[in-house]
Write a protein that binds this ligand. Structure first.
Ligand code: HPA
Length: 236
C-alpha cells in the first residue's frame, strides 16, 4: 500500500483526521509541541508526517508542500489510499483587504482559483470550491471556545506567487470577494469533493499585499500557535 510519495504500509498509522501545514518542518514542530506518543511515519522527499495523540485522541500532522500540484498529490493519496476522512490545511496567506491584518486568522469558506486543477482532474467547471461545512463549524466552535476571533471568508488559491509589476490582485479581490491569497486549498477542496471526503483550510495572515507589512518571526509563531490550537481542538 505504500504510494509513490508516502512510504507508510499500514493505514492504521494514519489518524482519520490529518492536519497539513505546507512546511514539513512545521509538521515536526506541531508534533513535538502538541502531541504525545509521536511516531514519524513518512520521510519520502522529507515530506515528514507524524502521528500522535492530542488530549488522548489520535491525530496525524503531515506537510503538503507548496502549491496545488503538491497538496493535490498528498491529499489524494491520504484520502484514497489511507482512508483519511478529514484534512485540515493549516497555512499562511497574504491579505488582499485593508480589513484583514497580519496575524489575523481566516477560516476559508471557499476558494476561488483560476487554476485548471479541478477541470483537468475531474472535469469540474466551477472556479469556486467550498470547504466542508461541518469541519468549518468545528473550527469555529473551537475558536470560540479558545477565545480566538477568526474571519470566515472566501480566499484566492493562486498558482502564482511572483507576478509582473503592475499585475494587481485587486481584480480578483473585487470580482470574487477574496480577502487573502494562498496556493493550495482549491486542489484540496477538489480532491475532497471528488473522493467524497472532508476538507477545510485555516490560515494565518503572514503578509499584506495592501500595506506590505510582513510578520516578525516571534509574532508569527504566536499567531501560528493560535491557529494550530484551533485546528487541533477541531480535529478531536
Ligand atoms: N501569495 C501567495 N501565497 C501566500 C502569500 C502570498 O502573498 N503569503 C502567504 N502565502
Amino acid at each position: 500500500m505504500a504510494t509513490p510519495h508516502i512510504e507508510v504500509n499500514d493505514k492504521e498509522l494514519f489518524a482519520k483526521t490529518v492536519l497539513m501545514p505546507g512546511d514539513p518542518l512545521r509538521a515536526e514542530f506541531i508534533a513535538k509541541t502538541y502531541l504525545t506518543d509521536v511516531v514519524k511515519i513518512n520521510n519520502v522527499r522529507n515530506m515528514f508526517g507524524f502521528t500522535g495523540y492530542y488530549k488522548g485522541k489520535k491525530v496525524t500532522v503531515m506537510g503538503s508542500g507548496m502549491g496545488m500540484p503538491s497538496i493535490g498529490i498528498y491529499s489524494y493519496e491520504l484520502f484514497n489510499v489511507y482512508d483519511v476522512d478529514n484534512i485540515i490545511r493549516i497555512g499562511s496567506c497574504g491579505s488582499y483587504s485593508p480589513k484583514i491584518n497580519i496575524y489575523d486568522v481566516i477560516i476559508a469558506s471557499s476558494a476561488y482559483s483560476e487554476s485548471s486543477y479541478a477541470k483537468v482532474a475531474y472535469d469540474y467547471d466551477e472556479n469556486i470550491l467550498n470547504a466542508n461545512e461541518e469541519l468549518n463549524n468545528a473550527l469555529n466552535v473551537s475558536a470560540k471556545k479558545l477565545g480566538f476571533s477568526v474571519f470566515n471568508e472566501i480566499i484566492h488559491s493562486s498558482d502564482v506567487f511572483y507576478r509582473a509589476h503592475g499585475n494587481v490582485f485587486t481584480d480578483v479581490r473585487d470580482r470574487f470577494g477574496c480577502v487573502a491569497v494562498e496556493m493550495e486549498s482549491f486542489a484540496l477542496f477538489a480532491n475532497a469533493r471528488y473522493l467524497n471526503k472532508r476538507a477545510a483550510c485555516i490560515l494565518t495572515v503572514s503578509d499584506s499585499l495592501v500595506t506590505h507589512e510582513v510578520t516578525s518571526s516571534e509574532e508569527r509563531q504566536k499567531s501560528f500557535n493560535k491557529m494550530m490550537e484551533i485546528a487541533l481542538d477541531a480535529a478531536i
